[in-house]
Design a protein around this ligand. Structure first.
Ligand SMILES: Nc1ncnc2c1ncn2[C@@H]1O[C@H](COP(=O)(O)OP(=O)(O)OP(=O)(O)O)[C@@H](O)[C@H]1O
Length: 247
């Protein structure tokens, strides 16, 4: 692993999913202002696995929510494929989220009364250019559990269904906020394998927030957040496989 401490905005390998410029976010809480982001500049290359690391409260989730179009910045800009998200109407923003971004959270948010396959099909029914629900389950190695209900699946399996659901609409980007946060190491590794498979099979850009520094060894790049800023970006010349990772 090499540690390239260049300015984050100077890194740009070919195609860029996101170019983020001067991003700030201030939350007003009573009389207090909380500066969650204090000027983030970064280019996120397409097709890579990017891990966001940093102490609690350093702004990682705020950043993810803004680039995913779930929240608005106080100032600054997010360009997705050269398009400024700030220029989009509410309706265009909804379309942006629906077509381009898959979300994976720590909570799986599956519909308990639907099977794994039906949970994935919920998304493919409304997407413009989906993959089949079964192919999505295949990418996360769960075809044999397609007809199981969430209650019949382990936590790691449920998270893999959530990943299958997120990728079924063929998004360019997968945004994952602590996807293995609720899992033990063995099931967590299965979930990470699923993300690596999705990245290599579909070329999906995967941006993953984690507190587990070991996960960073799987990434192409690791973006370190500190106090609302990107402190440095580390490029892994050699990446570990999920099996090699020490949790
Ligand atoms: N809706 C909100 N209202 C007020 N303050 C908020 C809100 N959301 C986040 N914050 C504050 O903004 C700062 C950054 O929070 P954020 O959740 O982005 O950090 P984080 O790095 O993701 O933390 P963690 O790793 O604990 O999830 C924190 O001080 C947090 O308390």
């Amino acid at each position: 692993m090499s540690d390239n401490r260049g300015t984050p905005e100077s890194r740009d390998h070919g195609q860029t999913s996101f170019a983020v410029k001067g991003l700030t976010k201030v939350y007003q809480s009573g009389d207090t202002q909380i500066h969650a982001l204090r000027g983030v500049n970064i280019a996120i290359p397409s097709g890579e696995i990017i891990v966001l690391l940093g102490p609690s409260g350093s702004g990682k989730s705020t950043f993810l929510n803004i680039i995913g179009g779930l929240d608005q910045p106080s100032s600054g800009h997010v360009f997705f494929r050269s398009r400024d998200l700030a220029s989009l109407s509410e309706q265009e923003l909804t379309f942006y989220r629906r077509e381009n971004i898959g979300f994976v959270f720590q909570a799986y948010n599956l519909v308990p009364s639907l099977t794994a396959l039906e949970n994935v099909a919920l998304v493919t029914e409304i997407a413009e250019n989906p993959i089949s629900p079964l192919e999505a389950l295949e990418a996360v190695a769960l075809t044999d559990r397609a007809n199981h209900f969430p209650a019949q699946l382990s936590g790691g399996e449920q998270q893999r269904v959530a990943i299958a659901r997120a990728i079924a609409k063929r998004p360019e980007v997968l945004l994952c906020d602590e996807p293995t946060g609720a899992l033990d190491s063995e099931t967590g590794i299965m979930v990470l394998k699923a993300l690596l498979e999705v990245n290599s099979k579909f070329g999906t850009t995967c941006i993953i927030i984690t507190h587990n520094a070991a996960i960073a060894e799987l990434a192409h790049q690791v973006v370190h957040f500190c106090d609302g800023k990107v402190s440095h970006v580390q490029v892994n010349e050699v990446r570990k496989s999920a099996e090699e990772m020490i949790w």
